[in-house]
Write a protein of this length. Structure first.
Length: 261
């Protein structure tokens, strides 16, 4: 349990270090960061599948295997969307949002590659006899596909080739991802948190992800209400301006224009 809290806290710290002190080099050379992430994932998976276990490195391994760092980076991306466009924090994070999302996906691949093979050999029996696990797996797969699509379409060379409206619609599905991630955690951890011998670690993880999701939804709804109000104000001011100008300087009629000519 303490190990999990330390790993989760470490993940939040790493995500914030990338988002703040390292923001400039990250924006300038994102491929260096992606390369490091790919190398770390590769080395970890190599050791894992060849059966090497180093107890002292477990906290670092959990950061990857349990999806903590991927989730922390994804949280930075999503919470940025709840901030006022003019705020300093938003202006700091907005330029690296796409890069953070790609980095998050690369790191999440470790978690996917660790867990997915444990289900594959019994896929048939899972879908035939275990509806909850089948649902959990379906949600996990949907989440992974959506995550991949959103990240790949964030790569700049691809992004500029996609029509803006299509790209914008795709990016909106990141809200669906928040829901799917929460549902994935409910289904993946629910039994170990609240089943017969519910573990405290799973309960804390379940509670923490739920609180973060609820706070995110509240802040995002607040931002949407604020934006709608600001939009309505601008529209009514524009309408008032048009009304005032149209009544003060009437457009000359065709006849009067003809007379002047
Ligand atoms: C097919 C793909 C996936 C499979 C098979 C899968 C499987 C699992 C399993 C079995 C657990 C429970 C682990 C445990 O009991 O400790 C879990 C938890 C979790 N998964 Fe996934 N997952 C997948 C995709 C993803 C993706 C794309 C993310 C995105 C970040 C993600 C994030 C998480 C998180 C944050 C947890 C909670 C970990 C914890 O606190 O212990 N998963 N997943």
């Amino acid at each position: 349990m303490i190990d999990d809290v330390v790993s989760a806290a470490l993940s939040v710290v790493i995500a914030l270090v990338v988002a703040f002190p390292l923001a400039k080099p990250f924006k300038r050379h994102p491929w260096v960061f992606y390369g490091v992430a790919i190398a770390v994932v590769f080395i970890h998976l190599w050791y894992r599948f060849t059966g090497v276990y180093v107890a002292s490195l477990q906290r670092f391994v959990d950061i990857l295997t349990k999806g903590y760092l991927a989730a922390a980076l994804f949280a930075v991306v999503m919470f940025t969307g709840t901030m006022d466009e003019r705020s300093r924090l938003r202006r700091q994070l907005q330029p690296i949002r796409a890069e953070l999302s790609i980095l998050s996906f690369v790191l999440a691949l470790d978690h996917v590659i660790v867990f997915l093979p444990t289900y594959l050999p019994r896929l048939g029996s899972i879908f035939a006899h275990s509806p909850v696990i089948a649902m959990s797996l379906t949600v996990a797969l949907l989440l992974t596909v959506l995550y991949a699509v959103l990240s790949v379409t964030s790569v700049r060379v691809l992004r500029v080739r996609i029509p803006y409206r299509t790209w914008k619609a795709l990016q909106r599905s990141s809200y669906l991802m928040v829901g799917l991630l929460w549902l994935h955690i409910v289904l993946a951890l629910g039994r170990s948190a609240f089943g017969g011998h519910g573990s405290l670690a799973a309960q804390v993880a379940f509670g923490s992800y739920t609180v973060v999701t609820v706070v995110y939804v509240m802040l995002r709804v607040r931002k949407a209400v604020y934006d709608r109000r600001a939009h309505d104000e601008v529209r009514s001011e524009a309408a008032a301006y048009v009304r005032a100008n149209v009544t003060e300087t009437p457009i000359p009629s065709v006849e009067s224009q003809d007379r002047q000519a």
